[in-house]
Design a protein around this ligand. Structure first.
Ligand code: HEC
Ligand code: HEC
Ligand code: HEC
Ligand code: HEC
Ligand code: HEC
Ligand code: HEC
Ligand code: HEC
Length: 258
């Protein structure tokens, strides 16, 4: 009897192991047919694989919409040399596949094993980050503030949740205060504002511009007012306003219409 239990246990462990191995198969080969991205109708080879149905920013964002918000810039031609492992696409653009190995089976699908700061330093000088108010800490973790589409909760969006991890009531002088009804007060008596409110719901009562006409630099993740509606989240200047340098009126007036 004891042997039987042991044997069953062993089988369960092996099955779990196999499921882990299968589970780590490249996710993109499991979810779609090849022609949802590739142009080649016959064999897809490393030679013709670069011909895609659309830009990666469009193809990939259909399943990972957050990965193009508050993220590392993608889909542009860098005006400097990058290390060889980081391949540009046929138009010489830095794109998703510059950093990601789309068909890899490794966690994160990265083209390199380097992580965090060391990864970022492959292409950037240390001074690039030393000039940031947070010394780059909020960015080193990933190429994205939030890549996966996981709503943080009922109340606020996942991007604001990331900011609040550091800017919470307890943590130092540039903290923000979040009231029970999700109004934030900035410290130093600066502007107070609700976050987590559904923009379209609010707009129904009048006094707001139609969501479609709002400047694209203003993000409304999950349709909600967020820290990243007013602040850039992945930029050279940490915490910079979305209209860097422009008047506060321009910012407020982009949504409010009274
Ligand atoms: C979600 C979009 C997507 C799907 C689905 C997809 N691919 Fe790809 N694939 C890419 C991208 C992007 C690249 C990199 C292109 C480049 O280098 O410019 C690529 C590269 C490749 C390459 C060359 C480099 C490498 O990683 O081996 C091959 C071969 C390939 N794909 C085969 C396939 C096959 C076979 C399928 C279907 C089983 C498939 N792909 C499905 C997006 C996709
Ligand atoms: C048809 C939907 C779909 C498309 C299109 C798609 N992905 Fe994914 N992607 C998935 C799924 C499903 C997973 C695995 C589950 C997860 O991690 O969310 C995944 C996982 C990932 C991961 C993380 C893997 C990990 O180990 O954490 C990266 C990075 C990624 N995709 C990048 C891309 C890029 C770049 C493109 C465009 C070339 C792309 N995806 C296109 C569905 C898609
Ligand atoms: C400058 C490099 C860089 C570029 C460009 C880039 N990424 Fe990423 N991405 C990363 C890093 C770093 C991670 C974190 C990987 C890890 O978990 O180790 C990541 C993670 C992800 C994840 C999943 C894991 C998570 O954090 O939730 C997805 C999905 C993803 N990227 C999609 C994309 C798509 C789509 C594009 C193109 C629009 C893109 N990435 C462009 C660096 C980049
Ligand atoms: C493959 C090379 C490469 C890697 C790896 C890379 N970057 Fe970049 N990054 C660039 C290029 C090119 C630019 C455009 C500006 C420039 O040339 O410096 C850029 C721009 C930026 C910007 C400016 C965005 C803006 O619009 O103001 C930030 C912030 C940034 N990177 C952060 C990071 C962080 C953090 C990492 C690591 C998670 C990282 N980068 C990894 C190549 C890279
Ligand atoms: C890893 C921790 C961390 C995260 C995450 C973070 N910050 Fe910060 N932030 C800091 C630090 C540290 C400072 C500098 C504080 C000081 O000077 O006393 C700062 C400063 C700022 C400033 C003031 C900039 C200035 O020039 O005075 C703004 C605005 C800001 N952050 C907004 C944000 C927003 C918006 C987010 C989310 C997208 C965010 N931060 C996420 C750590 C963080
Ligand atoms: C409605 C627009 C708006 C929203 C939403 C918003 N901010 Fe601000 N934030 C501002 C403005 C405007 C300033 C003032 C800039 C100035 O005076 O130079 C500011 C200043 C800051 C500062 C620095 C000044 C200080 O006294 O604290 C931090 C830190 C900051 N915001 C963090 C956040 C965080 C974190 C969130 C999300 C929880 C957020 N902000 C949401 C508009 C906004
Ligand atoms: C991203 C769009 C957006 C921007 C930018 C924005 N607001 Fe708002 N604001 C809203 C929404 C939506 C509400 C309604 C929230 C609710 O009560 O449901 C609101 C509510 C308010 C309220 C509370 C009004 C009330 O009746 O509850 C004040 C005050 C306010 N905003 C001032 C400002 C100021 C000042 C700025 C510029 C610093 C600004 N807003 C920028 C979208 C925005």
């Amino acid at each position: 009897m004891k042997m039987m239990v042991l044997l069953l246990g062993l089988i369960a462990i092996i099955a779990f192991g196999i499921s882990l191995v299968i589970g780590r198969q490249s996710p993109h080969l499991l979810v779609s047919n090849c022609q949802s991205c590739h142009l080649a109708s016959n064999e897809i080879t490393p030679k013709n694989a670069y011909m895609l149905l659309n830009s990666q920013e469009v193809l990939c964002a259909s399943c990972h919409p957050n990965a193009i918000k508050a993220s590392h810039p993608s889909g542009f031609s860098p005006n400097r040399e990058l290390p060889d492992i980081y391949q540009l696409n046929w138009e010489n653009k830095l794109t998703c596949s510059t950093c990601h190995d789309i068909h890899s089976d490794k966690q994160g699908l990265m083209v390199t094993n380097r992580k965090g700061k060391a990864f970022c330093h492959d292409c950037h000088q240390a001074s690039f980050f030393d000039n940031m108010k947070d010394l780059g800490t909020s960015l080193f973790i990933s190429g994205h503030t939030v890549a996966q589409n996981e709503p943080f909760g009922e109340k606020i969006d996942s991007f604001s949740a990331k900011c609040i991890e550091c800017h919470s009531n307890e943590s130092g002088n540039l903290a923000i205060t979040l009231t029970n009804n999700n109004s934030i007060s900035h410290s130093n008596g600066r502007v107070s504002h609700p976050i987590g409110r559904d923009y379209n719901e609010a707009a129904k009562y009048g006094g707001y511009r139609p969501i479609k006409s709002i400047d694209k630099r203003i993000n409304l993740p999950e349709g909600k007012v967020s820290c990243i509606s007013c602040h850039k989240a992945y930029a050279k200047v940490h915490g910079e306003g979305v209209f860097a340098g422009a008047s506060q009126y321009k910012l407020c007036n982009s949504c409010h219409d009274i």
